[in-house]
Design a protein around this ligand. Structure first.
Ligand code: RB5
Length: 147
């Protein structure tokens, strides 16, 4: 499974250990940067790169880190076909997959330690969308994008 991952300078401390963690588990990781914590960058640039990859079907899921995860989610949700969620607990991550078919997970480097981020990400990646009544609602969200 291919995962596109990106961060700004504030999310960088979560991205580096998470990239290694994903690779150790056999995921194919597409790291779009940033690659230097010391240089201030704008999070929407990295949200755009990751969502492009997910929307094009090149990556199954996207992972984005900024200071809080919030700006990344707002930016990512501007892209067609993207359902980005900010989760800092495993229960939210599980429901985001089961009910919302979320395809991008965002977290904050200023809010979560790498161990928590990896626990939340593991739940996100391993939980399947339940479909059924949730499928209709996700299709309604797609309808809102078109209207
Ligand atoms: C950068 O200082 C910070 O604003 C950004 O990483 C993010 O938290 C925005 O949502």
């Amino acid at each position: 499974m291919r995962i596109a991952i990106g961060a700004d300078h504030a999310g960088f401390p979560l991205k580096e250990p998470t990239v290694r963690w994903l690779m150790e588990r056999g995921y194919d990781v597409h790291d779009v940067g940033t690659f230097d914590e010391g240089v201030s960058v704008d999070y929407p640039d990295f949200a755009a790169k990751v969502t492009e990859s997910v929307a094009a079907g090149e990556a199954t899921y996207g992972v984005l880190f900024c200071g809080t995860g919030l700006g990344m989610a707002i930016a990512a949700n501007k892209a067609q076909g993207i359902r980005a969620v900010t989760c800092h607990d495993v229960t939210s991550a599980r429901f985001a997959r089961q009910h919302n078919d979320a395809n991008v997970l965002t977290m904050g480097g200023r809010l979560a330690a790498p161990e928590l981020a990896q626990e939340v990400l593991a739940t996100f990646l391993e939980t399947r969308f339940e479909g059924g009544r949730h499928q209709r609602r996700v299709e309604e969200i797609s309808g809102l994008e078109r209207s």
